[in-house]
Write a protein that binds this ligand. Structure first.
Ligand SMILES: Cc1ncc(COP(=O)(O)O)c(C=O)c1O
Length: 428
């Protein structure tokens, strides 16, 4: 059977993957059967639809309302159930499975499914433990020498800033950090801030697609287009945007991307993805010692030792879940939930949004603050008095905000609880 046909059948759930053995793919994804084709943009505001969806697809604690889905994603039932089966199977069969089946039969369709979902070649991606690992492979892998400059943003993720700071110490590179307003006026304003920081020594720009502090979405493609014209590499931290915003990796126009799978793609914890454009693999040095793979093979970057096969096996299940919902609908629903609260909070006394609410500049994640009450006290009261869980984010410049992140199982009635609490506290 031609690979393309095989892949199509996997992604549409028409055949059993060899990886599933007894519990085949169709059985493990049976929850999608009654739901496929039901997701459309007309459903975005249909609370009854999403309530049913939650009942069918999620097992969520009702002890509190979780508006902190930013750290990692809740796995839908079909992913967590499949994961449990895979753990048991691999434990039962041990290396009889991994040596005879996982590497020989299952690894390839897993990577092809992920490549199809990401819009990449399967020879351009690796599964990593998380985005930090993927981005470290990039940051430590590109050729930088003493005096070379990189441009970072004050709101990039601290682990990536630290990885570059390490290179400052070990290689003598120079970091140029720029600041971008919480609510910028246009893409052009942002691109110009990066462009103005470029010198004749600049070799690389790190761009965070969706900022973890505020959820602000950066114009990655425009920054990349500007940088490419000047021969500067752009590395993208897409930890929060992958399977959250509706895009394929090549849409970003960048050669180097690090992604989380355990956030919005909804796999179990311990999964990320590295993307390197095929013709740029040769330009990276492996972070993990490897002496045997060809210089243009992505596998030279992935000498990870023993990997967690049960976790890898969940990729086709999570892809099927996302494909069932479709990314345009997922993005639109998440943005609707954010706008539902942010539009209200914007008009409350003492409240201030720290996230641009324009559709192209944010999605599920947004951050606000109340100027009349301490952030920790607000978070504590929201949790204890209104049952709403949120998280503090410390912002560059010493300020702090409250980050609110619904996932798809959250409804507007949950968000009403947040609004009730903030309304009261904003008058305190
Ligand atoms: C923008 C961004 N980059 C990278 C990371 C790191 O993700 P992980 O800890 O899963 O590697 C995060 C985590 O929240 C993030 O928000």
């Amino acid at each position: 059977m031609k690979r393309r046909t095989l892949l199509k059948q996997i992604t549409t759930g028409a055949i059993a993957l060899p990886l599933m053995g007894v519990s085949d793919f169709e059985k493990l994804t049976s929850k999608t059967k009654n739901w496929k084709g039901k997701f459309s943009l007309d459903k975005v505001k249909d609370e009854a639809f999403w309530k049913e969806f939650k009942k069918e697809h999620y097992d969520i604690s009702d002890e509190f309302i979780n508006l902190e889905n930013g750290q990692f994603g809740v796995q839908p039932k079909m992913v967590v159930d499949a994961y449990c089966e895979f753990i048991k199977k691999v434990n039962r069969e041990n290396s009889g499975y991994t040596r005879n089946h996982f590497y020989k039969e299952d690894y390839k369709p897993i990577m092809e499914t992920l490549a199809e979902f990401s819009g990449t070649g399967s020879d351009e991606i690796l599964i990593t433990r998380n985005a930090t690992e993927a981005l470290n492979i990039l940051i430590q892998g590109i050729s930088l020498k003493a005096g070379d400059e990189v441009i970072l943003h004050m709101q990039d993720y601290p682990s990536m800033i630290e990885a570059f700071q390490m290179l400052e110490k070990t290689k003598g590179i120079k970091i140029n950090k720029i600041d971008i307003p919480f609510i910028p006026e246009s893409d052009a304003e942002i691109v110009k801030l990066y462009e103005d920081a470029i010198t004749d020594k600049t070799k690389c720009i790190l761009v965070t697609h969706m900022i973890h502090l505020t959820g602000q979405v950066m114009p990655v493609k425009a920054i990349s287009d500007m940088a490419k014209k000047k021969g500067i590499d752009v590395m993208v931290d897409a930890a929060h945007s992958f399977a959250h915003l509706d895009f394929k990796i090549p849409d970003l126009g960048c050669d180097f991307v690090g992604v989380n799978l355990h956030k919005w793609f909804s796999t179990p914890l311990g999964m990320g993805m590295l993307y390197v454009k095929k013709d740029r693999i040769k330009d990276l040095n492996p972070m993990f010692g490897d002496n045997t793979k060809p210089d243009d093979s992505i596998y030279k970057l992935g000498h990870f030792g023993t990997i967690s096969s049960p976790t890898y096996l969940t990729v086709p299940i999570a892809a099927e879940f996302n494909n069932m919902i479709t990314l345009p609908v997922k993005e639109a629903r998440l943005r609707y939930l954010q706008n539902y609260w942010s539009k209200e909070i914007e008009s409350m006394p003492n409240a201030q949004m720290l996230t641009p609410t324009a559709p192209e500049r944010s999605c599920a994640i947004a951050t606000f603050k109340l100027n009349n009450i301490d952030v920790n006290k607000t978070i504590d009261k929201l949790y204890k008095e209104y049952g709403v869980f949120t998280v503090r984010r410390d912002l560059p410049g010493g300020d702090a905000g409250i980050r609110v992140t619904p996932n798809l199982y959250i409804g507007t009635s949950d968000i009403d609880k947040l609004l009730e609490g903030v309304q009261q506290l904003s008058k305190a």
